[in-house]
Design a protein around this ligand. Structure first.
Ligand code: DC
Length: 228
């Protein structure tokens, strides 16, 4: 429990480790709001690409976050956002966004901006939030931290099965390459690299379904006294 009594279940881990499905299941089961923090990084990437910016040019990216208007909304217990009044929807899952989001996530001004915005989502009520730095940076005081992992090949298989034909990826090996590149950038970047938070329970989901993992987390939360 945080000072202001809002409960945050923090779920971190690498790409396609099952965080989204698990955090969604946990949020539904507890009646908490679900926040996919990666979607916020993807949203800024979508906006930058739409404006024809070079995402590797940090000055351009910083100028963008200073001029755009990003607002959080909470609808049916899912927290999402608008940028300059628009909701990007599925466009944040496109291959161009996928390939450029690590550039955006490596800019420390972007991280400071989004950490503030993500913390502010606590005004909507209790949260199950997933990402890379939720337990380490966004809500380090949360008592309920989980780090999901799975073998890279299994993660690539899961991600490939979720993709549509329009995604642009030819086969599972192309997805594995992209995931491996992104993992490397996410774990080695200077600003808030992906790390296991102090006090987080590590769950290897390679041979578990998302439902198994969610059940495990809910059982833990119950034994910690949460009304799950
Ligand atoms: O979870 P995802 O694949 O949608 O995340 C997209 C990118 O955003 C990924 O490269 C890592 C980054 N990210 C981050 O740096 N911090 C977060 N809290 C969430 C995502």
């Amino acid at each position: 429990m945080l000072n202001n009594e809002v409960i945050v279940v923090a779920i971190d881990g690498p790409s396609a480790s099952g965080k989204s499905t698990v955090a969604h299941l946990v949020a539904d089961r507890l009646g908490f709001n679900y926040v996919d923090s990666g979607s916020f990084y993807r949203g800024i990437t979508w906006k930058a690409l739409r404006e024809g910016l070079d995402t590797a040019d940090q000055e351009q990216v910083i100028a963008l976050i200073n001029r755009m208007d990003m607002q959080c909304i909470c609808r049916e217990r899912v927290v999402t956002f608008t940028i300059d009044g628009e909701e990007p929807g599925d466009q944040i899952r496109s291959q161009p966004v996928q390939e450029h989001v690590s550039d955006i996530a490596a800019v420390s001004e972007v991280r400071t901006f989004l950490v503030g915005m993500l913390r502010d989502t606590a005004r909507f009520g209790h949260l199950a939030m997933e990402g890379r730095d939720i337990g380490t940076v966004v809500f380090p005081d949360s008592m309920y931290k989980y780090y999901l992992d799975a073998d890279p090949e299994e993660r690539a298989r899961r991600r490939f099965n979720e993709l549509t034909a329009e995604s642009g990826y030819e086969d599972v090996n192309a997805v594995l390459d992209s995931l491996t590149r992104r993992d490397r950038k996410d774990t080695t970047r200077k600003a808030a690299p992906l790390q296991i938070a102090l006090g987080a329970e590590v769950i290897d989901s390679t041979s578990m379904t998302a439902e198994d993992v969610a059940e495990h987390i809910i059982a833990r939360l119950k034994s910690a006294g949460l009304p799950a």
